[in-house]
Design a binder for this molecule. Structure first.
Ligand code: ADP
Ligand code: ZN
Ligand code: ZN
Length: 743
């Protein structure tokens, strides 16, 4: 090949294309796709860096105009060609420059020197060694004597660094011994180990339940027949999904394949990794942002060399440079953490399915409360579908009851604990059992609701909650609809309308007020700034050092506390008021997961859900822990309103420091898109974003919806082109978001 296609390492729309360079003769043998190179760029021939993304013999420009590459960057990490294909796909689907996409798929950019360990090994017998030592002492060769003595003391093997630091032995002495055939130097790479000896491999045999076995056999028999697809593993909390993952991984790794296991949060890594380590030992590794650069780099190398089979980590572990992937697992697939919030705003579930298609792997999406998209695909036959409906062992699903907070108000109870929750707490205090109190603050965006009828004020066009702004207006962040804050509830006329204000600190105070003897731990953003504090709280609660754990959604995820017999949800509706179309889905998921925390051990559990809207289907379904009932209602709503997964939705986010410029340009872009006259595409907005102003930048949004995804992608491409051609966009940041998670 004569020419290389390269991408310039700068994220700028105008440079976001392939440039061609001639490959100098001496590099032809060495240059590979994905390598970092340097080349002269522009009129000034400034040296610039970039990535090789392909080769050609037939250039797109006159050959005499094509410049030559300078060199291959030393120490640059090479992107595998499969990851380059991923980057190209992400750029297309989610909207970003190729450079941003490449950065995303390359979790490690630079080579970091490996840590080498050199050991000195005595190769003469112990007796000979002792004789040599005697001789050295006799002749007063002190350094030689020190080294021999140290080697003999250490059973014949000594770390070279220790020989130098502790025994003050210099290199010439070692070399002399080596020449004389007294010792050898053994060098090996010492991989930085992120586990630091935390775990041990264990022999353990688990007899799979019938449901687990059916899932394993079903998926594996298709795998053996060469069928690759995506499966939903829908299993209630504690039904043994992780055992199913591990059994399937054991089978495919036996065939020489590799597996990637994605988990939603670093916080959960510890427990999951321990279980995988106990089963697979050193063949497992982790990749996450809290590792040191050296540790990350080593895991990357070990994966590429094939010295591990299983990589566990959050979203970005999807880009592990394995060459033989057989299985990609996404645990708790409904979690928002799988959607990237930086450009390219990829959805790890979609990206996993795409990567699997490139490398011939199957994908398993596991959850107790699958996302509506995944459930939709399982029902229309696009995904395989297995269910685990029973908990393992004697643990049963908890009793769930719902309390109508409007009734409490009528009965004159103004405390944040309903009478029912209070008496349940009192009962647990007397019995010495533990409880968790949960406040789902996620999505709290300044909504206004009525304390008498429970209704929030919503947009008549989009059916999402309006947000209260500082100037006293209520706004819709999809379409821009706006009204003044009313004096009374539009539904029932009650004057008791207001925003909801209650935090975990307030709950902690109230617990102490009503139960002075209670030992309370609080877990929220403020108390868990570091990973240690997070694990400390959990471990203290696990050891029974507190009676009550108060917290935000952090406390509902994946933790197993057998002595917890009561879970209280203080205001279940908060997440329902979030101003986006996933509010009901998120509420159902949070409530179901929260209830699932109670009664994981011998004693039966109970959950009490307090709400102003007991009639809402997401709350009703969570109370019955009935996923089907929730799904039926939710998909009807998505259908009616044309929200994903029924239609595809694309957000265009615009932000700038200059408000006037932003107004003007957003309006112009709106007109440009409207004039494209795409049939069956609906444009909503432009509107102010949920956060109208962030870091001194003003923010606007435009949403587009269509049943035909290709039409939205076409509009995206044309818009990208428009932004490049039209003047004045330099000061405005524009980002695309496919099927946004949060407004
Ligand atoms: P999930 O991932 O669905 O929440 P887990 O895989 O964590 O469920 O299983 C819950 C508990 O049951 C774990 O402690 C696990 O070790 C145990 N377990 C799972 N399957 C079995 C089995 N077949 N026999 C015995 N114990 C099991
Ligand atoms: Zn009302
Ligand atoms: Zn609206």
């Amino acid at each position: 090949m004569e020419y290389a296609n390269v991408i310039v390492d700068i994220s700028h729309e105008k440079l976001d294309r392939v440039f061609q360079y001639r490959i100098p003769e001496h590099l032809k043998e060495h240059l590979k796709t994905g390598m970092q190179v340097q080349f002269p760029f522009g009129n000034g021939n400034r040296p610039m860096k970039g990535y090789v993304v392909g080769f050609t013999d037939t250039p797109d420009y006159p050959p005499e105009k094509i410049k030559e590459l300078d060199r291959i960057m030393e120490g640059g990490v090479r992107a595998e060609s499969q990851l380059i294909a991923m980057a190209a796909w992400m750029k297309e689907r989610y909207g970003s420059t190729m450079n941003q996409a490449l950065k995303t798929v390359l979790p490690v950019k630079q080579e970091i020197a490996e840590k080498k360990e050199v050991r000195l090994r005595l190769i003469v017998s112990k007796e000979q060694g002792e004789a040599l030592l005697k001789d050295a002492l006799h002749k007063n060769f002190r350094a030689k004597a020190r080294l021999l003595a140290a080697l003999l003391d250490h059973g014949g093997v000594l770390d070279k660094k220790e020989a130098a630091d502790r025994y003050k032995v210099t290199a010439p002495v070692i070399r002399k011994f080596e020449e004389d055939g007294i010792l050898v130097q053994e060098s090996r790479i010492q991989y930085r180990n992120p586990f630091e000896g935390h775990f041990e491999q264990k022999e353990r045999t688990v007899l799979l339940t019938e449901e687990q076995q059916a899932a394993v056999d079903g998926i594996f028999s298709e795998y053996e027949k060469g069928i690759r697809k995506t499966y939903l593993l829908q299993g209630v909390t504690g039904s043994g999904k992780t055992e199913v993952y591990m059994e399937l991984i054991a089978r495919i790794t036996e065939e020489g394949k590799q597996a990637i296991v994605l988990i939603p949060e670093i916080a959960l890594t510890f427990q999951t990794v321990r279980r995988f380590y106990e089963r697979f030992g050193d063949r497992v590794s982790v990749m996450h942002s809290r590792l040191s650069d050296g540790e990350r780099y080593d895991q990357f190398v070990r994966a590429r060399e094939g010295s591990i089979d299983v990589m566990i980590g959050p979203r970005s572990a999807l880009f592990t440079p394995f060459s033989q992937i057989g299985l990609i697992i996404i645990d708790e697939e409904h979690e928002g953490a799988y959607k990237s919030e930086t450009v390219p705003r990829y959805d790890a579930r979609e990206a996993a399915v795409y990567r699997a298609s490139l490398c011939g792997a199957s994908v398993i999406l596991g959850s107790a409360t699958p996302s509506v998209e995944t459930a939709f695909h399982a029902r229309n036959g696009q995904y395989g579908w297995y269910r685990l409906d029973r908990r393992i062992g004697r643990a049963v699903l908890p009793e769930v009851s719902v309390v109508d907070l409007r009734e409490e108000l009528k009965a004159g109870n103004r405390s944040i604990f309903s009478r029912r929750l209070y008496s349940a707490m009192d009962d647990r205090m007397k019995k010495g059992q533990q409880m968790m109190l949960f406040l789902n603050r996620r999505g709290l965006s300044g909504f206004v609701s009525c304390r008498s009828c429970g209704k929030a004020i919503r947009c008549p066009h989009c059916d999402v909650t309006l947000s209260l702004h500082g100037d006293g207006s209520l706004k819709c962040h999809y379409c821009g609809y706006q009204i003044r804050m009313p004096k009374a509830c539009p539904t029932c006329g009650s004057p008791y309308i207001s925003g909801f204000r209650a935090g975990t600190q307030q709950i902690e105070r109230e617990v102490k007020k009503y139960f002075p003897k209670a030992r309370v731990l609080r877990m929220d953003y403020d108390t868990t700034r570091t990973r240690e504090s997070y694990e400390k709280i959990l471990s203290a609660f696990g050891k029974g050092e507190a009676d009550v754990l108060v917290g935000t959604q952090m406390i509902v995820k994946g933790h197993d506390f057998p002595n917890v017999t009561l879970v209280g949800v203080l205001a279940a509706d908060i997440s329902l008021y979030a101003s986006d179309y996933r509010a009901a889905e998120r509420t159902f998921q949070l409530l179901t997961q929260a209830a699932g925390r109670a009664g994981r051990g011998e004693q039966a559990g109970e959950a009490v859900i307090q709400t102003y809207m007991p009639e809402h289907y997401s709350i009703q379904a969570a109370v019955k822990q009935d996923y089907e009932a929730f799904y039926r209602q939710e998909i009807a709503y998505r259908n009616l309103m044309g929200y994903p997964p029924v239609e595809t939705m694309m957000g265009i986010y615009l932000s700038a420091g200059d408000q006037e410029l932003l107004e003007e340009k957003t309006k112009a872009l709106g007109i440009f898109i409207r004039e494209m006259q795409q049939q069956e595409v609906l444009m909503i907005g432009p509107a102010d974003a949920a956060l109208t102003r962030l870091n001194d930048r003003y923010r606007k949004v435009i949403y587009l919806k269509s049943r035909q995804e290709e039409k939205l992608l076409l509009i995206k491409n044309k818009t990208e082109h428009y932004l490049e051609m039209d003047a004045g966009w330099e000061k405005i940041r524009v980002q695309f978001d496919m099927n946004p998670f949060q407004a």
